[in-house]
Design a binder for this molecule. Structure first.
Ligand code: DHE
Length: 590
């Protein structure tokens, strides 16, 4: 299995060692290639360029081998299986499941056949200045596999199976029916200060007490679990695995445990629950990368109620896209609506759950390659990064309209973003960037500060590119910026902190917290990722993310003094990444 971190490191290194002659030959191929492809963006070899999905769950699935046409290279069943696995792990994130292109170019046979076997083989081997990694010369792919992939690409694409109601229902299990669940909290855990921590490579979450810092329980979830979201009441935790498996955990039980599970597809990243007043805990929704669809479920049992495909037209050129993935989903506080971001077509869908049988969906034209985002401090505006377009889209969830598209910098990646009250510009929402060291502050108060609204009012300079998450808290004077994907180990293992009351100065400076060093771990890159506050807003938790064979930890910083408060180390903490405090997540505090 390919860890993103190791793929990144090798791709970054290899990007630097292309010889001049190889660059020239690859450029020729790139040009030939470009002429016959659809409108897709080139990706690059910066950290931002390499942050692409690995569709490795689909790669492991049994897929029908497409029949060969006369003249096509014939692959044995074993060769097809191997090539298919490699394609989904390493190529599909950019080139698409059906090879019709996403951030990378299309690789359908009308394009690959005119290029021919030698071109394809050399292209995979040497890469291109346009962003194709040099899989061969980097040593990342064996010579035999490169030839195999070139032959695979001359055959028609394999189509992974669909996942309709029959398959979704077949995967649905209720382990504890609602009637057998407690009617009040049966344990003495301070639930609002509980953290659900992603243990990425073990496919588990750790429930950790925010007060005692003790691990209460480790719970098995989906494969390479991605995020946790809480029901509006805080009673239930929903986790989603990359294999699209949702696990519903009941925190009211004496021993908090999974009470239901379901699979909504074969690859997924997002899950959310209804938060509108009067609809708390009623529905859940999950979005899939494959098949491209979202599923609305009962909030207490996960019973699937409705599956909606996201296949359709791109917002701009209005051409059909066969596999637009569902990225971030949030729940509106203004209407009974889920806000569903469709990556490749660039639509933001306001899915009204008042009447699921007669579903009303407002489709907002935004920007392609929508990825992650969150609300402004008022909870009215939703800001989402269209990362491969270097933009942030802003939606007014009260009016159901696009308010602005703002150019922020190369590959914005905010997580849910950070909201703070700027000494000069008033309320702003913050995003960091994968592609460079800049941090963009966007004005979010059209009534109180109309001149600053929906503009980048300030650009800060942080430690470097490869940033994924920013974080602050309404009670804090600090803005934390991580850089886990920076190629420099020292930068990847530390955090930059800006003081909010100093942001009005000419060139605000940041302090560096050596979180990796504070963890006491002396092996691995010690990538420091995703700050998350406790409920009181006086401490911030960071994951020190090493690979599965190495030690990892959670480091807790005292937010007032910016000093080390506590380190959680336990051999069960395998590859901790995202952390979700129950109160902050359910109340959208960030
Ligand atoms: Fe994430 C959020 C997709 C890699 C940690 N990630 C998200 C969201 C999406 C997404 C669509 C928004 C969910 C929502 O709000 O509903 N992530 C992807 C990918 O496609 C990508 C690039 C590659 C892949 O194959 O999955 C990817 N993500 C990663 C990682 O490598 C990270 C750093 C470690 C890990 O656990 O896999 C990672 N992603 C996270 C975290 C969040 C997230 C911690 C939630 C942040 C938050 O504060 O809400």
């Amino acid at each position: 299995m390919w860890g993103l971190a190791s793929r990144l490191t090798s791709k970054l290194t290899t990007a630097l060692i292309l010889s001049t002659s190889l660059v020239v030959s690859a450029a020729i191929i790139d040009t030939a290639h470009a002429q016959s492809t659809t409108d897709t963006e080139k990706h690059d070899t910066s950290p931002g360029g390499q942050y692409e999905p690995s569709m490795d769950v689909i790669g492991d699935e049994d897929m029908q081998q497409p029949g060969t046409k006369p003249g096509d290279p014939v692959l044995s069943e074993a060769e097809f299986k191997r090539a298919n696995k490699i394609y989904f792990e390493r190529c599909a994130g950019c080139h698409g499941v059906l090879r019709k292109g996403a951030t990378g170019k299309a690789l359908t046979t009308d394009i690959t056949k005119p290029l021919g076997f030698e071109y394809l083989r050399d292209f995979i081997n040497y890469g291109s200045p346009g962003g194709m990694p040099n899989w061969g010369t980097s040593g990342d792919m064996e010579v035999d596999d490169i030839s195999l992939m070139a032959r695979y690409l001359l055959n028609d694409p394999a189509q992974p199976p669909e996942f309709g109601m029959t398959e979704v229902k077949a995967s649905w299990k209720v382990m504890v029916p609602v009637a057998d669940r407690p009617t009040k909290q049966m344990n003495s855990i301070d639930l609002d200060n509980l953290f659900s921590v992603t243990l990425r490579d073990s496919g588990e979450v750790a429930l950790i007490d925010g007060g005692t810092k003790e691990i209460i329980k480790i719970i098995k979830t989906g494969y390479a679990v991605h995020i946790s979201r809480m029901s509006a009441s805080g009673r239930y935790v929903f986790t989603i695995g990359r294999d699209a498996k949702i696990t519903l955990i009941d925190l009211w039980m004496e021993d908090p445990s999974p009470v239901a599970e379901i699979k909504v597809g074969s690859e997924a990243r997002s899950v959310e629950t209804s938060k509108m007043k009067g609809w708390e805990d009623r529905y859940a929704i999950a979005g899939a990368y494959w098949p491209p669809q979202y599923v609305i479920m009962d909030g207490a049992t996960l019973e699937p109620l409705k599956i909606v495909s996201t296949r359709g037209m791109t917002y701009d050129t209005q051409e059909f896209h066969p596999e637009p993935r569902v990225a971030a989903i949030v729940a509106s506080h203004y209407h009974p609506e889920f806000i569903v971001n469709v990556k490749e077509t660039g639509h933001i869908l306001m899915v009204n759950y008042e009447d699921i049988k007669n579903l009303k969906v407002t489709s907002i034209e935004a920007e392609r390659f929508l990825h992650d985002g969150g609300f402004d401090a008022s909870g009215r505006y939703f800001l989402v990064a269209a990362n491969a377009r270097n933009k942030v889209a802003v939606v007014d969830t009260k009016e159901g309209k696009l308010v602005a598209l703002i150019e922020t910098g190369p590959k914005p990646h905010p997580g849910r973003g950070a909201n703070l009250n700027h000494p000069k510009f008033g309320p702003v929402w913050v995003t960091s960037h994968l592609g460079d060291e800049t941090i963009a502050l966007i004005g979010t108060d059209p009534d109180g500060h109309p001149d600053n609204a929906w503009k980048v009012v300030q650009t800060l300079e942080g430690q470097g590119g490869g940033a994924l998450f920013v974080k602050t808290h309404p009670k804090s004077n600090h803005l934390y910026v991580d850089t886990p994907l920076n190629p420099e180990a020292e930068i990847a293992s530390s955090i930059a902190v800006f003081k909010i009351d100093e942001l009005g100065e000419e060139e605000p400076e940041y302090e560096v917290l050596p979180i990796g060093e504070w963890s006491g771990i002396d092996e691995g890159v010690r990538r420091v990722v995703q700050g998350e506050y406790n409920q009181a807003g006086d401490e911030v938790w960071f994951s020190v993310w090493n690979n599965a064979a190495q030690e990892s930890a959670i480091v807790i910083v005292d937010d007032k003094t910016l000093t080390l408060k506590h380190v959680i180390k336990d051999k069960r903490l395998v590859t901790p990444t995202g952390k979700f405090n129950v109160f902050n997540t359910r109340a959208d505090v960030y």
